[in-house]
Design a protein around this ligand. Structure first.
Ligand code: TYM
Length: 332
């Protein structure tokens, strides 16, 4: 079997949350056991929306700390920040000339983020998916672990890779496969089960942050929206109860169980029972990660060393591939 080359990225735009952990980080950690993995703190992506420079610097280190605290090992995986490898921006330009405007116009995340004020959004926000394709293709990555919200961007990346290979009649890029968690590909807001859990939600009660204390977790789960009726018997009854489904899904995933088994255990019980169990398991799994993030942040020199070493390794691969890509395009 061909070896996987895994790449993924996380934006340094604030504390990471349970959605980032269950949808992405947990999978990053599993994949590093048997594959070559490259994990990137995507600071070039972050500035598509204005970032305070001092906060951005802190957030780059905090995201690196969250990678390590979740179980990534910088000796096994390459961990670095995107802006320190110039190949990302260089390849993004080439891919800007391969991707079609019509393809970008279909991106729902741009529409959501730009909102009604589309004319005032940065050009960077619009071409953001091309930079994401560059991140992946720069390393000739074959597999990309992400949450379901990134699926459309991954499809665009595949189209760009295919188009490049066709235009230049050379198989330069592998067509990367998305790796999306089956049971919990989209962790939803604790306040509204139809919206994804997100850093940008104004209410901190909508999410569990990886740095939340045990008390905060208990409070947030207590306040989480559920349902006035007891926990139903069947999966089909959950279709119209997105908040209940979300809590049950999170619990099942943390408990390494399935939704069916969880429902069997909990049917007919009040949501307070599920909420108590959920708080317990969150405290058991998330609090140690939060503590480790704080510990890593106490040693900024170490974090800087990790990303400097990672950048050097990433740059070597990037430069080699970029040389071939530039040669293919016809640059001298
Ligand atoms: P970002 O920084 O928004 O999120 C990082 C990862 O967390 C996942 N995620 C979720 N998964 C499940 N439920 C949620 N509520 C949830 N919220 C976030 C995201 O799917 C993602 O996997 N564009 C990307 C970063 C990126 C990237 C890349 C990813 C840049 N270049 C190349 C893969 C490959 C982003 O903004 O992720």
């Amino acid at each position: 079997m061909e070896k996987k080359l895994v790449f993924s990225g996380v934006q340094p735009t604030g504390s990471l949350h349970l959605g980032n952990y269950l949808g992405a980080l947990k999978n990053f950690v599993d994949l590093q056991k048997n594959n070559e993995c490259i994990y990137c703190v995507v600071d070039l992506h972050a500035i598509t929306v204005f970032q305070d420079p001092i906060e951005l610097r802190d957030n780059i280190l905090e995201t690196t700390a969250a990678f390590l605290a979740s179980g990534l090992d910088h000796k096994k995986s390459i961990i670095f920040n995107q802006s320190s490898v110039s190949g990302h921006a260089e390849l993004a330009w080439i891919l800007n000339c391969v991707a079609r405007i019509g393809w970008l116009n279909r991106m729902t995340q741009f529409k959501d983020k730009a909102g009604k004020d589309r004319e005032k959004a940065s050009v960077g926000l619009y071409i953001y998916p091309n930079l994401m394709a560059a991140d992946i293709l720069l390393y000739k990555s074959t597999h990309v672990p992400v949450g379901a919200d990134q699926k459309q961007h991954l499809e665009l990346c595949r189209d760009i890779a295919q188009r490049f290979n066709n235009d230049f009649k050379k198989n330069i890029f592998p067509i990367p496969e998305p790796l999306i968690q089956k049971n919990i590909s989209r962790v939803m807001s604790l306040r509204d089960g139809t919206k994804k859990m997100s850093k940008s939600d104004e209410s901190s009660y909508s999410r569990i942050d990886l740095k939340d204390s045990a008390d905060e977790i208990v409070k947030k789960i207590k306040k989480a929206k559920s349902d006035s009726l007891p926990i139903p018997e069947s999966l089909s009854e959950l279709d119209s109860k997105p908040e209940a489904l979300n809590l049950l899904n999170i619990y099942s995933d943390l408990n390494k169980s399935t939704l069916e088994k969880t429902l069997n255990e909990m049917k007919g019980k009040d949501y307070s029972y599920l909420k108590n169990k959920l708080s317990e398991i969150l405290i058991e799994i998330i609090c140690p990660i939060g503590k480790k993030i704080t510990q890593f942040l106490d040693d900024k020199n170490f974090l800087e060393k990790v990303i400097n070493e990672g950048s050097e390794k990433a740059n070597k691969i990037a430069q080699k591939n970029l040389k071939e890509i530039k040669n293919t395009v016809g640059f001298l």
